[in-house]
Design a protein around this ligand. Structure first.
Ligand SMILES: NC(=O)c1ccc[n+]([C@@H]2O[C@H](COP(=O)([O-])OP(=O)(O)OC[C@H]3O[C@@H](n4cnc5c(N)ncnc54)[C@H](OP(=O)(O)O)[C@@H]3O)[C@@H](O)[C@H]2O)c1
Length: 356
């Protein structure tokens, strides 16, 4: 049976993901890449043509086939057929659409091994972040996976490495507080730019914002209970890398040197002497995969501080959308081959950096 991966949506996450899957398909153990685009238009024609040139095949709804044909593009499948013939479907649509697609298309597509959705789709399936909870995935049982948002990846990576790393007791974490300083929009987006910092409300009574809430649910998949997480969000007038300020309280006394040792042991975390998001972004543009580094987080280590052995404070950068792309590919490879996926994922190794 062919291993077909189908991506729904060609936006900020979908477009680079389709390109990455096409580029590395043989190493990742994929036979064919298909993608769905809803709206035919001239602005996006170049993007669709380039993805077709890179080997992907297009699907769209029956009603929009003629629209694509009018702009010189011939879709290969209608939406529902493309989903049903797939091995794995990765939904990269904006807030709420993935949950609607689940009801409308995915639940009836019984031949598909599994479905993956992105950050905004709370409730879609088991939460997942590469390197955080791989051991919580159950072959044959988990068909719906929810890749957590890029900032949730970052928060979880900091907790896992600095509070739970190197044989620490699971109850080592006393509390964790995060301020997510979010970029206003992506370099690929026209709308949503913020002229000045905009603070977000603490809409979640217990966790503040969805970032800590999602991290709580992510760790819960491993039977770890961290109700003492809290996050705040502020949107900055920048298009580069989100920046995270963290403060953890732990039980076992530690030092900056010990923490740096733990970070160095983890391939998915990078250290840097750079202090600005644009410098880290620029490194990704020159050395990343089509501009992206895939590390979960980049830590300017000179900002790390430990007070009284137990209060850990620091800053880190969330590498644009790299960690969401990584977990989307990892969950897809796992659904295709739960035994061999780690080996296939080594194809991504060149885009993890120890130092940025
Ligand atoms: N942006 C980021 O950096 C980032 C990072 C991590 C996670 N995420 C998550 O990734 C997901 C997608 O975000 P995004 O920023 O990539 O969104 P986006 O740039 O707005 O792109 C959304 C895409 O989905 C398509 N679409 C919209 N509604 C649809 C529907 N009902 N059915 C099928 N296709 C539909 C659009 O297709 P057409 O062009 O055909 O209309 C568009 O290509 C969200 O869950 C978000 O939370 C985003």
């Amino acid at each position: 049976m062919s291993r077909i991966v189908h991506v729904v949506g060609t936006g900020t996450i979908g477009e680079p993901l389709i390109g990455l899957l096409c580029h590395l398909k043989d190493q990742l153990g994929i036979d064919e890449v298909t993608f769905n685009k809803r709206s035919p238009n001239l602005i996006d024609r170049s993007k669709v043509k380039t993805l077709l040139d890179r080997g992907a095949k297009l699907s769209t709804a029956k009603e929009t086939i003629s629209g694509f044909e009018k702009i010189g593009i011939r879709p290969s499948f209608v939406t529902s057929d493309a989903i049903e013939r797939s091995s794995v479907v990765i939904d990269c649509t904006p807030s709420g659409a993935g949950l609607t697609n689940k009801e409308e298309y995915y639940q009836s597509a019984s031949g598909v091994k599994g479905f993956v959705a992105q950050g905004s789709e709370f409730g879609f399936g088991k939460m997942y972040a590469r390197g955080i909870n791989d051991d919580a995935l159950i072959p044959g049982e988990d068909r719906y996976l929810h890749v957590v948002s890029c900032n949730t990846h970052n928060l979880a990576a900091i907790i896992k490495t600095m509070a739970l790393g190197n044989g620490s007791l699971p109850n080592n974490l006393v509390s964790a507080d995060f301020v997510c300083m979010r970029r206003a929009n992506d370099v690929s987006q026209d709308s949503g730019f913020a002229p000045s910092p905009q603070v977000g409300k603490h809409g979640d009574d217990q966790f503040g914002t969805h970032h800590a809430r999602d991290a709580y649910h992510l760790f819960q998949t491993q039977n770890l209970e961290f109700p003492q997480l809290f996050s705040s969000a502020v949107k900055l007038n920048s298009q580069y890398m989100h920046t995270l300020r963290f403060r953890l309280e732990v039980k076992e006394p530690t030092t900056v040197e010990k923490l740096l040792g733990l970070v160095k042991e983890n391939d998915r975390l990078a250290l840097t002497y750079k202090k600005s998001a644009n410098q880290v972004f620029s490194f990704g543009r020159d050395h990343g995969f089509f501009g992206r580094i895939l590390n979960q987080t980049v830590i300017p280590h000179e900002t790390l501080s430990v007070v009284d052995g137990t209060q850990i404070t620091g800053f880190c950068f969330t590498p644009q959308d790299g960690n969401s792309l990584l977990s989307s590919v990892a969950s897809t490879c796992w659904l295709l081959d739960p035994e061999g996926y780690e080996e296939n994922l080594q194809a991504l190794k060149p885009w993890f950096f120890e130092e940025v």
